[in-house]
Design a protein around this ligand. Structure first.
Ligand SMILES: C[S@@+](CC[C@H](N)C(=O)[O-])C[C@H]1O[C@@H](n2cnc3c(N)ncnc32)[C@H](O)[C@@H]1O
Length: 307
């Protein structure tokens, strides 16, 4: 299996585990562009290595960080010097230094400080309070930035840096509704919106109206798309799945979220990929059979999580 590249920014909704499945299902045209209206960490699009891409998110800090790599303001060498210096200060001063950087970031929004917080914050979470301030606590690992760890993160920056130089990428901070206006017939859209009721924060305030607007835009989307959504958890099915199953091809994959601080908050979720085309690798399944199979998969995942 092809290796999955892990990006420099971390986040609780990261789709690293789904990349191989998404890669199998994508049917993109080399001449078209990859459009990702909810890029998050960028793990999906960066692993597709498109020639042309429009990466979008409503979180300006994600976009600033990748724009800085794209325009050469951040190079792998800058990232190394920065992480070595901040890592040394963290080792010497512990949480005092983490909170100093967090305060500085909330005043200046420096993209490298965002990288530092993403790697030294609790559980690699990205979360902002109601005033838009980053508020993730320290992960209590003052020795975090060992030489090997710094090299690992710098290599991740290098990967994105090289991709940006070999290809034509644009990073834009905007609402998904504006992104669909740029979609052409030979593009490919990958949508991974926030899941309603989960990971909600200042930049990710997802509600029923957003979901309805997104579904309407997808219904009239000019190009092929994949929508990532949740199918079910141990308590219930996603009510939206029923209407999507009627119109599109839906396949499910087990995926574990690591969101909450406590083990008990880490519930298994059955992920679904929804496509407006028939991906050749997946056999069509009768909906009834499919739902039954999906339910069994969820129960098995939940059981595994408890053990
Ligand atoms: C589930 S995450 C995407 C995760 C990404 N696929 C990954 O693997 O890292 C959803 C993203 O949508 C962004 N977002 C939330 N509301 C948005 C909106 N109205 N328009 C554009 N992006 C939005 C959030 O900032 C977040 O980064």
């Amino acid at each position: 299996m092809k290796k999955v590249f892990v990006p420099p920014i971390k986040s609780q909704g990261i789709k690293t585990k789904l990349v191989p499945r998404i890669r199998q299902a994508v049917q993109s045209d080399e001449n078209g562009k990859w459009v990702e209206p909810f890029m998050g960490t960028g793990v999906v699009g960066f692993n597709m290595r498109p020639k042309h891409a429009l990466f979008v998110d409503s979180n300006p800090h994600i976009i600033n960080f990748y724009q800085a790599i794209n325009n050469g303001q951040i190079t792998p060498a800058h990232a190394r010097a920065y992480l070595e210096n901040e890592g040394r200060l963290l080792a010497e001063n512990g949480d005092e230094h983490y909170y100093r950087v967090r305060k500085r970031f909330n005043q200046t929004h420096a993209p490298l400080d965002f990288l530092f917080l993403s790697r030294a914050g609790f559980n690699g979470m990205i979360r902002f309070n109601q005033k838009g301030r980053f508020n993730v606590p320290f992960n209590h690992k003052p020795e975090r930035f060992s030489p090997a760890y710094v090299t690992k993160v710098v290599n991740q920056v290098q990967y994105v840096f090289d991709l940006c130089r070999m290809n034509e990428y644009t990073f834009v901070c905007q609402d998904f509704r504006d992104t669909f206006e740029a979609v052409q017939a030979n593009d490919f859209v990958y949508c991974d919106p926030p899941y309603m009721g989960r990971h909600v924060d200042y930049f990710s305030n997802w509600n029923a109206q957003d979901e309805e607007d997104l579904f309407q835009l997808l219904a009239t989307c000019k190009s092929k798309f994949i929508l990532s959504t949740w199918h079910s958890n141990q308590h219930r099915n996603n009510p939206a799945i029923l209407s999507l199953e009627g119109k599109y091809h839906v396949v499910t994959h087990e995926h574990f979220y690591h969101v909450g601080a406590r083990e008990t908050n880490r519930k298994p979720v059955l992920e679904a990929l929804v496509m407006n085309y028939h991906p050749s690798i997946y056999e069509p399944l009768h909906t009834g059979q499919y739902r039954q199979a999906a339910l069994l998969e969820t129960k098995a995942a939940y059981q595994q999580d408890k053990e």
